[in-house]
Design a protein around this ligand. Structure first.
Ligand code: ZN
Length: 337
């Protein structure tokens, strides 16, 4: 018996057998083409619940993915609610933070009405709409940014990373003060109907040494996994194979990884469920259907548990390539029969 998309997603996330590996989207798959096809556009779909839910739904109805996910930006909802000036994107660009607002952990302040601030509330409401619409059939993935990534957005990436060398106390204090945000935002998304949450922590090899993981974020990851009452999917961009031994200890259900890591090598070293790792720039933006197929089949054979674009798909990617991720999984299984 074929599984429903939601059953397939939840089984894979739990390491259980599936009829075919699910196709998931822990980060955005919204392209200009998908906006046009759905007739719903950025920027409204980034701050209003109804268009946001409608565009997220297109990830299933048009692209055929087993999950829908409504928060397309990279932490912009949280940072906007904290007061960070935000560009909400347009047909050709994802939302982004404009500038940092704090220079010291002492300045960090979480507003009492954080969950009612419009940007955050729009995501919670969109999850509720999606749950009502498809929640018994299709998985709903929410998204939170951990305190490490939120520090980039509120204190500034460079300033924050310099403190890891100069003043570890600064870093620990910032993480401590920002930590309640993902916890309360996660809880609200779970209550609205999220089946799983992407937990973003950009502690990547391009930026920082592997030992920063146990020094700064591993205890926080473990705390999040223990306290947040739904499966967490860690997302970390870039090359991460040199720190996977630390991620293995975080207690989270899954790791969403990039194509900078070979899928077979990652499978050999990672203990958790793996989601990924179809390349964005060369494959989904510039490649052809055949390139997508080759990478998808390689990932399945490597033992990647769910197939997904490696990170937020650039808005300029070809819609047919985003759909080809789905089709390539189906073709792989159809060829077995
Ligand atoms: Zn990423």
């Amino acid at each position: 018996m074929a599984m429903t998309p939601r059953e397939r997603f939840l089984a894979a996330l739990d390491g259980q057998p599936v009829d075919r590996v699910p196709v998931a989207n822990p980060t955005s798959i919204i392209t200009r083409g998908l906006q046009e096809k759905a007739g719903v556009f950025f920027p409204e779909a980034n701050y209003e619940a109804e268009p946001m839910a409608e565009l997220a739904l297109a990830g299933h109805t048009i692209c055929g993915y087993d999950a829908v996910s409504p928060a397309f930006g990279a932490g912009t909802h949280e940072s906007a609610a904290l007061g960070v000036p935000t560009r909400w994107g347009d047909r050709d660009s994802l939302p982004a933070q404009e500038k940092a607002i704090w220079s010291h952990p002492d300045e960090i302040e979480i507003p009492d009405d954080f969950l009612d601030r419009p940007s955050v509330k729009s995501v919670i409401d969109a999850i509720r709409l999606l749950k009502d619409e498809v929640g018994d059939r299709v998985a709903v993935i929410g998204k939170v940014f951990g305190p490490w990534s939120l520090s980039y957005h509120t204190i500034g990436l460079q300033k924050f990373l310099i403190q890891t060398m100069k003043d570890p106390g600064f870093v620990h204090a910032a993480l401590e003060r920002l930590k309640p945000i993902p916890k309360m935002y996660a809880q609200a998304q779970i209550e609205a109907g999220a089946d799983a949450l992407t937990y973003a922590c950009h502690i990547t090899a391009d930026l920082i040494r592997p030992s920063a993981v146990p020094d700064y974020v591993l205890p926080i990851h473990q705390e999040m996994a223990a306290e947040i009452d739904c499966p967490l999917i860690l997302h970390c961009c870039g090359r991460t194979i040199d720190r996977i031994e630390h991620f293995n200890k975080n207690g989270m259900a899954a790791f969403h990884f990039e194509s900078a890591n070979d899928a077979k090598e990652m499978r050999d070293q990672a203990d958790m469920v793996l989601i990924g790792n179809i390349n964005n720039t060369n494959t989904l933006v510039a490649g052809e259907r055949e390139d997508v197929r080759r990478e998808v089949h390689y990932a399945i054979e490597a033992g990647v548990d769910m197939i997904a674009p490696e990170c937020a798909v650039p808005v300029t990617a070809k819609l047919e390539n985003v759909i080809a991720v789905r089709d390539s999984v189906d073709e792989y299984y159809d060829a077995l029969h």
